[in-house]
Design a protein around this ligand. Structure first.
Ligand code: SF4
Length: 586
């Protein structure tokens, strides 16, 4: 009996269906069990949640989306939100890594309100629905597979009078307890026409976009093909760019394009890029691709349309390990993709996995040789782990006789080396340390050896690319990494190179700050003054120039530069200091 007696808010009618009580639905994205090195990998609410939210809103329900991914150390905030929100239904977006938080929150939600209905969805729920329904009474339902239709049908049933006495019938893709035992209905059909889904940007603001669903590859460590299917479905360029434009008008300038492989259909991607350019959207975005699916033409259009970063799964420098991981790419593909990508002024990020079947010091050296050949400007190194829904996990279960009960342990995942007697924890830790330290040692050389294609229309983007990279060394992600040598020298070289392509304020500012750090205030004044002459409305250049003058004791000149910036948060404290200094001197 699932119906809540207080669900009496009436929503607008949907199609010709009779009006049903609207429900108050909270869609939550819980925190992972462990800290993340790269927040963007697990800190962003998956796109599917926004689609589910849009479908539910358009059927008259009240929907809130809560990103709780950063609240691991503040569970009391989650409880406070639950008490304030008092939802009828909570839908949890579950990954393997955040399943424990989802379970904990579901339990506290039931403590706060025993009538609340909890629904687990997402890739974690789709693979472990039986496990959740067997062991965790706080989980009422699971949505198995793509959530939009199944979740909407489940909510419609919950809102109906039938929910008082019956179990849900005729709803594909949901799991629940039948006579106390886990039961799953038939598989739901994947959404064929993706454009038929309501555009979530009409209802929510977010920074992730996707053009596709599905991946035709078969990497043994990845659960994506099983969830989304190996047949790829596409949004139209129009749908994609409409969404981007709507979000951009609301102030979003940077997007993560989170398709497994954005460049699967070259013509479609080029059409997207041309449309972004036609609409003059001043946006930048990062995408994920596959080394065998890019060429100079597609990269040219992507760069012109604002793409600044492409992530590629390289996994290993050992062809044998790549084969064992089901990664069908050649060294030639990898080299070509990296060289073409960076030559277009797009940062090529390489994802590597270590601690794999057959890993040893020789294969680690092979990976380091490949890194030397492709010179990635960003690299992420992960230890191979096992997730439900992957071929590696299924193989492990078959070989070992293990069951999903292993997930009753309060762990995020099982690291592959824990089940392979030929690998030890110490050894794998040493592999990782070697990969990272050698990579960081060489990174300045990689950054300084970037070669960009000579096309005039890309000079502006090249200047942006080089100055952004310089900033990463000067004050961004790399600035705090002790293992990277000569960071300020690299930043200076890159800033100066960027100015040879086009004048960008970021480069003047960076050079000015670097000179300040060296206490070369005259040098700093020279470069910042030139920057300010070219970009007189740039407040950061003005403030920074004024600070250099203050350091030389020329407070009247600093005040003169700062006066037009009065009211700007970065300028006010300096204006005050200058006024004090000037009046003290009088
Ligand atoms: S790792 Fe990437 S290419 Fe491989 S199956 Fe997963 S999504 Fe597809």
């Amino acid at each position: 009996m699932w119906l809540r007696s207080r669900c009496l808010r009436m929503g607008p009618p949907f199609d010709d269906a009779p009006p049903q009580p609207s429900m108050k639905i909270l869609l939550a994205y819980p925190y992972c069990l462990e800290d993340r090195i790269h927040v963007e990998d697990a800190g962003v609410v998956p796109m599917g949640v926004y689609f589910v939210g849009a479908v539910l809103r358009e059927t008259g329900h009240e929907v809130t989306i809560a990103n709780w991914s950063a609240l691991r150390d503040r569970p009391e905030e989650v409880e406070r939100a639950l008490r304030a929100e008092r939802p009828d239904v909570i839908g949890f977006s579950v990954l393997n890594a955040n399943r424990w938080a989802a379970l904990d929150i579901a339990e506290s939600a039931k403590r706060i309100d025993p009538k609340v209905v909890t629904v687990f969805g997402g890739i974690g729920a789709s693979t472990l629905w039986k496990h959740f329904l067997t062991h965790f009474p706080a989980v009422d339902f699971a949505v198995v597979g793509e959530g939009e239709r199944s979740f909407a049908a489940l909510i419609a049933w919950l809102a109906s009078a039938d929910a008082r006495t019956e179990e849900p019938k005729g709803i594909p893709g949901i799991a629940f307890r039948r006579a106390g035992r886990p039961f799953c209905s038939e598989d739901a059909e994947p959404v064929r026409d993706l454009d038929a889904l309501p555009d979530p940007s009409r209802h929510f603001t977010y920074r992730h976009l996707a053009l596709t669903r599905g991946c035709p590859m078969k990497c043994s460590f990845c659960g994506s093909p099983r969830f989304w299917g190996s047949r790829v479905r596409f949004h139209s360029p129009q749908y994609f760019v409409d969404q981007m434009e709507r979000l951009h008008r609301r102030g979003e300038n940077f997007f993560f394009v989170s398709d497994d492989t954005f460049t699967l259909d070259k013509d479609r991607v080029v059409a997207v890029c041309r449309e972004i350019l036609r609409r003059k959207l001043s946006v930048s975005w990062a995408a994920i691709s596959h080394v065998s699916m890019v060429d100079a033409d597609i990269l040219y259009w992507m760069r012109r349309a604002g793409c600044i970063q492409i992530s590629y799964g390289v996994e290993s420098g050992s062809p044998e390990i790549r084969r064992r991981l089901g990664k069908s790419i050649s060294d030639e593909h990898i080299r070509s993709a990296f060289s073409l990508t960076v030559s277009h002024g797009i940062l090529a990020r390489a994802y590597f996995i270590y601690g794999c079947p057959g890993e040893n010091w020789e294969t680690i050296e092979e990976t380091l040789s490949l890194i030397e050949a492709i010179r990635p400007l960003s690299a992420v190194f992960y230890i191979l782990d096992l997730f439900p829904g992957t071929a590696l996990y299924e193989d492990y279960r078959k070989r070992s006789g293990a069951t999903d009960d292993i997930w009753l342990r309060r762990i995020e995942d099982v690291l592959y080396f824990e089940i392979d007697p030929s690998l030890s924890s110490e050894q794998v830790t040493a592999f990782g340390a070697r990969l990272r330290s050698r990579y960081y040692e060489r990174l300045p050389r990689y950054a300084e050896s970037v070669e960009l294609i000579d096309r005039k229309e890309l000079y502006g983007p090249h200047a942006e690319f080089l100055s952004r990279l310089a900033m990463t060394f000067e004050c961004g992600d790399y600035a705090g990494v002790d293992a990277i040598p000569d960071k300020e020298r690299v930043a200076e070289t890159l800033y100066r190179r960027s100015l040879r392509y086009a004048k960008v304020p970021r480069a003047y500012l960076g050079l000015g700050i670097l000179a300040q750090k060296r206490r070369d205030y005259d040098g700093s004044i020279e470069v910042l003054a030139e920057g300010l002459r070219r970009f007189p409305r740039d407040p950061q250049l003005g403030v920074c120039l004024a600070v250099s003058h203050m350091n030389t004791g020329d407070f009247p000149r600093a005040l003169e530069i700062l006066r037009p910036l009065e009211g700007h948060p970065e300028a006010d404290s300096y204006i005050e200091a200058c006024r004090r200094a000037v009046s003290e001197r009088r």
